[in-house]
Design a protein around this ligand. Structure first.
Ligand code: SAH
Length: 214
């Protein structure tokens, strides 16, 4: 594998800043090489712990943030996951690895070019259980319910359709706020929703019916 030394350094950084906690998530990040998801001119920066431009003003998230959100999501094999904000497809492919052959990931993006690019990127890996769909993700995917939902763009509030599309005992991770965002971990219990705040971050805006306006 190219960038082997850079990958080791990045894994070390993510352990020492506390974003990477479990062997499972570490393995997934190792299995889905980030340079396959960034534009070729940025390949040499792929293992630096920074977000990078993809296209259309959108970014591939910082590795530490992807690790942290993936840990919070607490993914189990066989689960059905919805991602809103496919971007480069990197996060979706990591989730695809974690849910395994019996699981499934649906990843939505509003921008057609990014949808096609994410599909192309994911094809470079062995991941076969990720479907990338062009759609306003704030509306969720009607007719389906999910064990886990992850939103990778900044929402003004938690979109109601996404709450509805979460299974009982399901979990959602979503950054909420305009200029900086609180990371919210939402659990859906029989008795109602339980919300926990998990630090501050910066994301590109979620734009759509239950997001910010264009
Ligand atoms: N998870 C990505 C990073 C996502 S950046 C990765 O691993 O690379 C946020 C993405 O959210 C952008 O691609 C943007 O186009 C998308 N987005 C913004 N609003 C959206 C909406 N309403 N529905 C779906 N995608 C949206």
């Amino acid at each position: 594998m190219p960038f082997e030394r850079e990958m080791e350094k990045l894994i070390q950084i993510m352990h020492s800043n506390g974003s990477l906690k479990t062997g499972k998530v570490e393995e997934a990040i190792r299995k889905i090489p980030r340079h396959l998801f960034v534009p070729e001119k940025y390949h040499s920066y792929a293992y630096i712990d920074e977000p990078l431009p993809v296209s259309h003003g959108q970014t591939i998230s910082q590795p530490s943030v992807v690790a942290r959100m993936t840990e919070l999501l607490d993914v189990k094999e066989g689960q059905k996951i919805l991602e809103v904000g496919a971007g480069s497809g990197w996060q979706a492919a990591i989730l695809g690895h974690l849910v395994g052959g019996k699981g499934k990931v649906y990843s939505l993006d509003r921008i057609k070019w990014l949808v096609e690019n994410a599909r192309k990127n994911i094809k470079k890996t062995e991941i076969k259980n990720v479907e990338v769909i062009q759609r306003d993700g704030t509306l969720g995917l009607p007719g389906k319910i999910f064990d886990r939902i992850i939103v990778t763009a900044a929402a003004p509030d938690i979109p109601k359709p996404l709450k509805d599309h979460l299974k009982t005992n399901g979990k959602m991770v979503i950054p909420v706020g305009r200029f900086t965002q609180k990371m919210i971990l939402l659990k859906k219990k029989k008795s109602g929703f339980v919300k926990k705040e998990e630090g501050f971050y910066r994301f590109v805006p979620l734009i759509g019916k239950y997001g910010f306006s264009d």
